[in-house]
Write a protein that binds this ligand. Structure first.
Ligand SMILES: Nc1ncnc2c1ncn2[C@@H]1O[C@H](COP(=O)(O)OP(=O)(O)OP(=O)(O)O)[C@@H](O)[C@H]1O
Ligand SMILES: [Mg+2]
Length: 452
């Protein structure tokens, strides 16, 4: 029963589904806000009214008459192309009502199309990115918070020292790649190539030849005339070793030798090649931790960690949120062909409550979804109702993202206990009761987490 109630909540809140129930006599007994929006009517104008008078093309009357479901038909209502289903609700062999729901076709079309295109696009992007030089500069890195300003300042210094190795760390989506591009573009190497190697995407057995190239006949399937590696292609410019934390231990050893000796051989050759490149490496892994666990070579770590840029996560610079949103909305309008111009204060407040494990990339994705929903409603401002899909996420927002399940669980535990204490006026007995744990257990936990 609870699940049924949740479904009905979902229908009330989900703005991409329009839903309605009509009773055996064809009178509307339930309709959700999205459907009302499409019809341009209020609940009073619809509930209790005959559906045939409201939408003459309705199929619900057919379903009520025949007891047969109609699944997946197209229809246009209020100017929207929708894909719809009308299902009979049957009790004791009698049709007592009809449940009908529709989805916006343009969302579906656009989404499918966009997803396929994005897939293809990502594949080509990687290649094109390697063919042309990098696109971003420091002015594309948005942020006024002290934490990001400090990193930007350090990165600008790094750009000036055009042979110094740079290690960029930070959670997923914080802008590591953006920084790598900017450093290259603001260095004296900007006229030379910026070559990105995604160490996670290239199969281990191919990585060596990708990086250092091969000569004809080096292995079966080797191209005639051989092939230059990324280090050779980048000569004069920058090699960006992205996701370096995913590189195998063996490959790390080979890379170290090249960085130390500043020369390498193509696979199958013994002719040393010297190139002039700057190496920038990036990862969202905790390399120190990996070194401790013998999963990342300590010597390579020190070789890379010359200038270290630690990009702060978004939740540590929430004051930048309005600035980022103002920057991202027009950018996304171009991509989505929408014309959203604003976001209201309550919606911003809601975004500020979230912990942003996926950082700016996630912010981009969430704004994108909200903008599509706003656009479907012909609204040019993002409102909290366009963020309803975040509800599930928000319930977890007390848990900041940490790298392991164990630390995340401990963090959640700590926050729940702290909250129970606060909510119960710091009365331990009450807090233990609220948490449904023994008082002695609570004492232990308070001590463990250092909660006063
Ligand atoms: N400070 C910023 N200002 C504006 N846009 C940003 C900023 N930081 C990141 N972005 C945007 O967020 C997205 C993710 O950035 P990027 O790819 O550089 O992250 P990343 O740290 O390399 O993530 P991952 O670890 O997942 O590879 C990009 O679209 C980028 O343009
Ligand atoms: Mg990246």
């Amino acid at each position: 029963m609870e699940a049924v109630l949740l479904v009905s909540d979902l229908l009330m809140e989900n703005s991409s589904i329009s839903a309605m129930v009509v009773n055996h006599a064809g009178l509307v007994i339930f309709i959700n806000p999205t459907y009302l929006n499409i019809l341009g009517k209020t609940e009073d104008e619809v509930v209790g009214k005959f559906i045939g008078d409201i939408t003459p093309d309705t199929r619900t009357l057919f379903v009520l008459r025949t007891g047969k479901a109609i699944v997946g038909y197209n229809w246009t209502i209020g100017g929207y192309k929708m894909i719809a289903c009308a299902l009979p609700l049957i009790k004791n062999g009698k049709v007592i009502a009809c449940f009908a729901y529709s989805l916006f076709m343009d969302i579906w079309d656009a989404k499918d199309l966009a997803e396929n295109l994005m897939c293809e696009l990502n594949m080509y992007k990687d290649e094109v990115r390697n063919l042309y030089s990098s696109r971003y500069t420091f002015k594309d890195i948005i942020g006024d918070a002290q934490a990001i300003r400090n990193v930007k300042f350090l990165a600008q210094q790094a750009a000036r020292h055009s042979s110094t190795t740079v290690l960029i760390t930070g959670e997923s989506g914080t802008g590591k790649e953006l920084f790598a591009h900017s450093i290259h573009n603001c260095s004296s190497r900007y006229n030379f190539p910026f070559v990105r190697v995604n160490c996670a995407a290239i199969p281990e057995n191919l990585l060596e030849s990708e990086l250092f190239g091969y000569v004809e006949g080096a292995f079966t399937g080797a191209r005639k005339g051989g092939n230059p590696g990324k280090f050779e292609l980048a000569n004069g410019g920058t090699v960006f070793l992205d996701e370096i934390g995913e590189m195998s231990f063996a490959m790390q050893g080979k890379l170290l030798v090249v960085l130390q000796e500043k020369e390498f051989e193509r696979l199958g050759s013994n002719q040393p090649i010297r190139v002039n490149v700057r190496v920038i490496a990036a990862t969202n892994r905790d390399l120190e931790d990996m070194v401790e666990q013998n999963r990342f070579r300590e010597d390579l770590y020190y070789r890379l960690n010359v200038i270290r840029l630690e990009i702060p996560p978004l939740r540590q610079r929430l004051e930048d949120m309005p600035l980022l949103i103002r920057y991202l909305i027009p950018k996304l309008n171009v991509k989505l062909r929408t014309s959203v111009i604003d976001i209201n204060e309550d919606a911003v407040k809601q975004l500020l409550k979230y912990s942003w494990p996926g950082n700016i990339r996630e912010l981009e994705n969430i704004l994108e979804r909200a903008m599509i929903l706003a656009d479907v409603e012909r609204s040019n401002s993002i409102d909290t109702k366009h963020l309803l899909f975040m509800k599930g996420k928000l319930s977890y927002n007390c848990a900041p993202f940490t790298s392991t399940l164990k630390t995340s669980m401990e963090e959640i535990e700590k926050q729940l206990i702290a909250k129970a204490m606060e909510d119960n006026g710091y009365d331990k007995a009450l807090a233990a009761k609220a948490l449904d744990i023994d008082l002695s257990w609570l004492y232990k936990k308070l001590k463990k987490h250092g909660i006063q």
